[in-house]
Ligand binder design. Structure first.
Ligand SMILES: Cc1ncc(COP(=O)(O)O)c(C=O)c1O
Length: 975
């Protein structure tokens, strides 16, 4: 390699942990001579890829950023007045720098380990309080993928609520008001079809709901910008036994009577305009609030208040027994990864501005909108909306004329036939209003436009019948941190409570917590990518087009498939989208009745949950004693259901971390019996460049870009779950109401199957488009060889750790030659009998050693699953192994009676600073052993901020918003 080639290749050395020397040492520990030998022993020869990947790169970080600047310049950032759920916003710099661009926040994992996650849990509780207060509904989650899918979740929750206890669907209809956002209607259509819901679209003022309806949805303010009082409609729906969801806008709710006070059962929407860039569609956090009755059925993650082992206040994820990882096909939804980082950002926006700041922003936006409406009237353009917040709608003679003038002046409006809607936002200035007026002045043949900005903020455009009178965001957290100094310190105080990748490795099996390189992330903040509206005209996003096309091609190449859809915005949403392609394929090939999906017992809970959402029946396939799919059972079931077989969902390498030799045979059995194979791509980090789903024989897969392709986990999202398909399934990829194929859809009368003429799975055509840049950068900077080496090193790191640990721990499952794939399972069950120690005790004790626990009790209860990824070097792997080996000694001491069975460092873990420094210490082991069990811990001690959390207490007393100040006062008195 010459000096220039070396420069182009240098990112691989930044991304992959072990050096050459370390690699040699590690191989020696494993007992092998070369990395090639390890890979040959690990991946069955029958599925090994023989050709180098055809992808471009590598590029150095500097080269990449330089060339990306040119691509970014192809995007045109117009002033966006399109609205329809996406608004320009001002991201407060303190939040941009300290949250969005801060690895202390964006590299966090989902807060399953509450003791080292109190910072983000507090922030997410703030999020829930914010949406609960603004919508005036008591129950909130944190958070959902986007507004459209949140609407679909409401529909499904209502459907199940009304139909679950009956043998048949008794109330199949769901009413959708005409003026719900088009993309939301599109997703509702997608999601209604497979589970037998009949969507009825119409005017809420005219419809008469009867007992055949289980629910309804209206938009507030609606897609035209009009504000309606829905009280009578909601009353009517309730009288008919139907529930009502209101899709709504949080900023407007600072001024409007909230949904809860109008009687709605559920409110949903997006929190994007609370300081999260539009990003050409995302990522943004959707919200979902509900009446208390829906406690057990609400989808998504709920943060709740509980106590820790010391009786102190402790936050954690509540009511998890509702979720797919427990309930599988009976789950309330398949939501897993959502949008935690963006939920945090929007919550912090509310914390920073406070109720008064938010109200001021809302009033400013509305006042500018009112001024615009009245000045347009003088130009001869009447607003169709009598009552409105931030959007006016005009019927014009020729929208094309308005459009060409507006676009020539760098402005985008929203057009439907000859109506034009204009939505203002937080960034709109008085000058912007004059510029908008000048477009209409031009159409009216006058260059003389002016505006009088009446500073009377009584806002006559909002009727008194729906003017908000109730208080909101009264909790101190929303009324304290309004200076930058205070905000900066508040953010930092939360950040340091959480263990993220900038502390130590997070070896979560099945989650691939690899490096999220700064160069990959920096462009996400560039305005050329962040400032685009997802429905902007095609010629304004040529830069995005170039990136998205290249990325689609690379992902197709990597998976060995023919085409890719970048729309699904999480792994589970990818599962759903992929299963819908299978469903559509069967329907188009006389197989509409094919609805049985075989799913191995070891599958991730989202698999069966997604299958049910796609209208399929789940049949479970057993595992054999080695953890492999029981091929005999699979064959029997495939044959038994051959006339109804839709397919198989399989994770590869398996969730047990093994490349099953029988995979080709398994795929063949499914194909022979008329089914198709869906491959869950969560474990793609063990495949890239060495084998592929296409080679294995699958028909479709999703990729978790937030695992294999370097998008950070963000404390529980964002994520992206694109799907890749073979030629057979290519015609059935998701469509979108706002994409170029709109005419095609219109021609098909909206009745087409899922496919190019079909319907969307996400609110935006390319899902959370802006974070696709991260995966794009990852592939481009590593190139074909780099991504393949990443896989090889992921396998090396796992096998090295396995080799170091297997002397003391039992490792469950390995491949034919004794190696594991990129992850492995450590069996902790024997310690229950020998020492009374459970997997949870080990997980919590790891915190005292400064580590996040590996994946706990998935896929096998009583175990931990370790996935180190390629990004960790030998020293970090050794530290982690040393910690586990030291814990083993602590367990041995209990087994040998040298340590107490109940009062030991594992059972009492984790140890907080408060506990260690307390005057009283009653334990049989020392403070030093508790807090500094190995020398390296002394160099950089990470303190868990609470002692072990009490889960049952919190579930029995569900509190999912910030408690009233009085509860703190009581606590203070008690102390
Ligand atoms: C094997 C497997 N499948 C599917 C998923 C779901 O992906 P997501 O969380 O992005 O929805 C996960 C998530 O951890 C997983 O591990």
């Amino acid at each position: 390699m010459n000096l220039f080639e070396q420069q182009a290749n240098e990112f691989a050395g930044r991304h992959i942990g072990p050096s050459e020397k370390e690699t040699a040492d590690m191989l020696k520990t494993i007992g092998l001579k070369s990395l090639d030998e390890l890979i040959d022993r690990t991946i069955p020869v029958s599925i090994r890829s023989k050709k180098k990947l055809n992808i471009s790169g590598p590029q150095s970080e500097h080269q990449y950023l330089t060339s990306l600047r040119q691509v970014a310049a192809l995007n045109k950032v117009f002033k966006s007045y399109i609205g329809q759920g996406y608004y320009d916003t001002i991201v407060p710099s303190v939040i941009l720098r300290n949250v969005f661009e801060n690895p202390g926040w964006y590299t966090q994992y989902t807060p399953y380990q509450a003791e080292i996650s109190q910072g983000r849990l507090e922030s997410l509780l703030n999020f829930q309080t914010m949406v609960s207060d603004l919508t005036a509904l008591p129950l909130a989650n944190a958070s959902l993928l986007d507004e459209g899918t949140a609407a679909a979740e409401a529909m499904t929750m209502f459907f199940n609520g009304k139909n679950r206890d009956h043998e048949h669907v008794t109330t199949p209809k769901f009413f959708v008001d005409n003026n719900v956002f088009a993309q939301t209607k599109d997703i509702l259509l997608t999601r209604a079809q497979p589970i037998g819901i009949e969507l009825v679209t119409g005017d809420f003022r005219k419809v008469r709901l009867d007992e055949s309806y289980f629910g309804a949805i209206v938009q507030y303010p609606n897609s035209n910008g009009a504000i309606h009082d829905y009280r009578a409609f909601i009353k009517q729906a309730h009288e008919a036994g139907a529930y009502v969801a209101m899709a709504t806008d949080l900023l407007s709710l600072t001024l409007l009577t909230p949904p809860g006070e109008l009687g709605a059962d559920v409110a949903i929407g997006s929190t994007q305009r609370f300081g999260v860039p539009m990003g050409f569609g995302g990522p943004h956090a959707a919200f979902f609030t509900a009446k208390d009755d829906f406690k057990r059925n609400i989808p998504g993650r709920i943060i709740g208040v509980s106590i820790d082992a010391q009786g102190n206040r402790a936050l954690r994820m509540a009511l998890q027994t509702r979720e797919q990882h427990i309930k599988r096909e009976k789950a309330t939804s398949n939501i897993c990864t959502a949008q935690a980082l963006l939920a945090n950002m929007s919550a912090m926006y509310a914390v920073y501005h406070g109720p008064e700041g938010l109200t001021r922003i809302a009033k400013r936006v509305s006042l500018l909108t009112r001024t615009l409406a009245s000045e347009l009237k003088t130009l001869g353009f009447d607003n169709n909306n009598e009552n409105y917040f931030d959007t006016i709608q005009l019927s014009v003679q020729d929208a094309a004329v308005i459009r060409s003038t507006a676009e020539a002046r760098g402005m985008n409006f929203h057009y439907t036939g000859n109506t034009v809607s204009i939505t203002l936002d937080e960034t709109t200035t008085q000058e912007d209003v004059i510029n908008i007026l000048s477009v209409f002045g031009h159409a009216a043949n006058t260059d003389l436009v002016s505006a009088t900005f009446d500073m009377d903020d009584r806002l006559a455009n909002i009727p008194s019948s729906v003017t908000r009178t109730s208080e909101f965001l009264t909790h101190p957290v929303f009324n304290t941190y309004h200076s930058e100094t205070k905000m900066m310190r508040y953010l930092r105080s939360l950040e340091v409570k959480d263990l993220s990748l900038n502390t130590s490795m997070i070896s979560l099996g099945s989650c691939t917590m690899k490096l999220n390189a700064a160069t990959e992330l920096i462009p996400v903040s560039w305005p050329e990518f962040g400032g685009l509206h997802p429905f902007a005209p095609v010629d304004q996003w040529k830069g995005y087009r170039q990136i998205l096309t290249e990325l689609e091609n690379w992902l197709s190449e990597i998976t060995g498939f023919a085409a890719t859809s970048l729309q699904p915005n999480s792994g589970a949403n990818g599962e759903y989208a992929g299963l819908m392609t299978i469903r559509a394929y069967h329907a188009a090939n006389n197989g509409a009745h094919r609805d049985v999906m075989l799913i191995p017992i070891s599958a991730h809970g989202t698999n069966p949950a997604s299958a049910v959402m796609a209208g399929m029946k789940v049949v479970v396939v057993k595992s054999d004693d080695d953890g492999h799919i029981d091929v005999t059972d699979l064959k029997e079931k495939a044959i038994q259901y051959k006339d109804q077989l839709a397919g198989l969902m399989v994770t590869y390498p398996s969730t047990h971390g093994v490349f099953e030799e029988s995979i080709k045979e398994i795929c063949q059995v499914i194909h022979d019996n008329g089914g198709l194979v869906y491959m869950d791509g969560a474990n793609m980090n063990a495949q890239v460049g060495l084998t592929s789903p296409g080679l294995i024989g699958a028909d479709v897969c999703h990729l978790n870009l937030h695992k294999t392709f370097a998008i950070p986990h963000g404390g529980g999202g964002p994520g992206m779950g694109p799907i890749c398909v073979n030629e057979k399934l290519k015609p059935y990829l998701p469509g979108h109401v706002h994409s170029a194929d709109m005419e095609l859809r219109a021609a098909s009368n909206g009745k087409a199957a899922f496919g190019p003429q079909g319907h969307a799975v996400s609110a935006a055509p390319f899902g959370s488009a802006s974070i696709l840049l991260i995966s794009y950068a990852y592939i481009k900077m590593l190139g074909a060889e780099g991504v393949t080496n990443a896989t090889r090193y992921a396998i090396l790191n796992a096998n090295y750790m396995k080799a170091r640990l297997e002397k003391n721990y039992k490792i469950l499952y390995s491949g034919a030659n004794g190696t594991c794939a990129h992850e492995f399972i450590v069996d902790l069950r024997p310690f229950k009998a020998s020492a009374g120690i459970e997997a949870e005790d080990v997980a919590k004790r790891l915190m005292d050693y400064g580590f996040h626990a590996p994946t706990l009790s998935f896929p096998v209860p009583g175990t931990i699953m370790i996935e180190p990824t390629e990004s960790e070097d030998k020293a970090e792997l050794d530290r982690f192994c040393d910690a586990l080996l030291s814990i083993y000694k602590e367990i041995q001491a209990i087994e040998e009676g040298k340590a107490d069975k109940n009062d030991n460092a594992l059972k009492n873990a984790p140890h907080t600073q408060h506990v260690i420094c307390a005057d009283e210490w009653k334990h049989a082991y020392s403070r030093n052993q508790a807090a500094f069990p190995l020398p390296y811990v002394k160099n950089s001690k990470f303190w868990p901020s609470i002692a072990r959390v009490n889960n049952t207490f919190g579930d029995r007393n569900l509190i999912c918003t910030c408690e009233p100040v009085s509860s703190y006062a009581e606590e203070a008195v008690a102390n």
